[in-house]
Design a protein around this ligand. Structure first.
Ligand code: IFM
Length: 485
């Protein structure tokens, strides 16, 4: 029987196994946890760090819930040793963190701030001493404000500045960091930041947002070349491809999904892994997608071979056709593509309001594998859930919903691997509760609870569950404790 539009195609038995039934992965599969600089570090004005676009955005009224900012966050800048201790106890093979560009190169170009690089130097050494392989993301949304003042990602020059910054970081840390991720979720930078306006810099633009997308890809390609030049071993990019389902089986909803797929996925995946610009961009954006921001040779730079593609996955999106907000196509924002998200029936939602549908994780991975024969091996660079968590009187956090989420999504991932998708590793999001962008500190994604008033860390039940999974994997596959990466 053909699946109905909202039904996952991979139906093959429930992924909800009994709590004790741990998912199984092949030998050599690696496990980690992820964070990002602005979300955890704090120390926003210490040791020469200059403001990023997120520091600016947080200071604008009404942008972030409760007027919060990453000024202090989890104070990881000062408490990184304790946090690496938590990672060591968790038993991860690898830790994915991001480097704050405005710490390393406060003006986004020119002079490097040695004290900024020193912090990552100390962090990397601490990780290695704990037997954990570092995985560094170079850009997780914190563009130096000085560069934004010169046009930010709208300007082609920023792509070149990014490559220069990548080179500085890799020259300092490359002898000890085996895995490099150029960009995290460029979709969010380009469209949530420049078309929806919910992320920094918070603008609602048309063609300039498409230029931003292109310049991010170009910056990625140039950074890959810079990283290769320093002898970097494993280089990739992290995307957040969406699993898009039509609300009904009408042709209009099918077209809505096609446009949404162009915006969410094809903009990134096609140039990176298929050597082309997206097939349906004219249908999606009309005159905005005039390609005026592209130059000959860009596709070759962007499509430089990668060692892995990072995939962040949290939830599916159900899309319906909807009238454009702005009738004049020349004045639309790049996010106004005539679609609307509709709820997914009959499933639980996390505190982000995201539907929990783990089967769609399998479906997404199978779909990517089928659509892009040129994909390198995949690494899941983020997956997790925000839940209502509180430290109980017994001093523990019983986050059963998160345990179920992780359990079901890891089973869904194992199912994709069993069906032949080449996935090499998984990073849980996130090690710590942290600054969840426009939601401030209201959403908790961590497997470790953070009391922001005292900075006390409390491992949740999900931390202990993940620890058990990693220990089971090692015992079963004979994998030595923590790989070299
Ligand atoms: O917290 C974010 C992260 O910075 C990027 N990926 C999604 C996470 C949860 O929203």
């Amino acid at each position: 029987m053909a699946p109905t539009p909202q039904q996952p195609a991979s139906a093959g038995g429930p992924v909800n196994g009994p709590a004790g039934h741990l998912p199984r992965f092949p030998a050599g599969f690696t496990f980690g946890a992820a964070t990002a600089a602005y979300q955890i570090e704090g120390a926003h004005d210490e040791d020469g760090r200059a403001p990023s676009i997120w520091d600016t955005f947080c200071r604008q009224e009404g942008r972030v819930a409760d007027g919060d900012s990453g000024d202090v966050a989890c104070d990881h800048y000062h408490r990184y040793r304790e946090d690496v201790g938590l990672l060591r106890e968790l038993g991860v093979d690898s830790y994915r963190f991001s480097v704050a560009w405005p710490r390393v190169q406060p003006q986004g170009s020119g002079a490097v701030n040695p004290a900024g690089l020193d912090f990552y130097d100390r962090l990397v050494d601490e990780l290695l001493a704990a037997g954990i392989s570092p995985a560094a993301t170079l850009y997780h949304w914190d563009l130096p404000q000085a560069l934004e003042d010169r046009g930010g990602w709208r300007s082609r020059d920023t792509a070149h500045r990014f490559a220069e910054y990548a080179d500085h970081v890799a020259r300092r840390l490359g002898d000890r960091v085996p895995r490099w991720i150029t960009l995290n979720e460029p979709f969010c930078t380009a469209f949530v930041g420049h078309a929806v306006g919910r992320h920094a810099p918070g603008t609602r633009e048309g063609r300039p947002a498409l230029a931003v997308a292109h310049h991010l890809l170009l910056g990625h390609g140039l950074a890959v070349a810079a990283l290769r030049g320093t002898g970097a071993k494993e280089v990739g990019i992290t995307l957040n491809p969406d699993h898009l389902l039509p609300a009904t089986d009408s042709p209009a909803d099918a077209a809505a999904v096609r446009r949404a797929r162009t915006l969410h996925n094809d903009v990134w995946l096609d140039p990176l892994f298929a050597g082309r610009y997206p097939e349906h961009e004219a249908e999606t954006w009309g005159p905005l997608a005039d390609g005026s921001y592209r130059r000959e040779g860009d596709l070759e730079v962007i499509g430089a071979p990668l060692d892995f593609a990072g995939v962040n996955y949290y939830r599916p999106l159900v899309m319906a056709d909807a009238p454009h907000e702005e009738p004049d196509p020349h004045r639309r924002t790049a996010a106004d593509i005539g679609v609307r998200e509709v709820g997914m029936a009959g499933v639980r939602r996390t505190t982000m309001g995201w539907p929990v549908a783990p089967e769609t994780f399998t479906d997404l991975l199978l779909d990517l594998d089928r659509r892009y024969p040129g994909l390198p091996p995949l690494v899941i660079t983020e997956n997790g859930s925000a839940e209502e968590d509180a430290v109980g009187e017994d001093g523990t956090v019983h986050d059963a919903d998160r345990v179920a989420y992780l359990h079901d999504h890891l089973h869904a991932l194992a199912r994709a691997v069993d069906q032949g998708v080449d996935v090499r590793g998984y990073y849980l999001w996130s090690l710590l509760d942290n600054f969840e962008w426009g939601h401030g500190y209201r959403k908790r994604f961590g497997v470790v609870h953070v009391d922001y008033a005292t900075q006390r860390r409390t491992p949740k039940d999900s931390y202990h569950w993940y620890r058990r999974l990693l220990a089971d994997h090692r015992a079963r596959t004979g994998q030595p404790p923590r790989s070299e990466g």
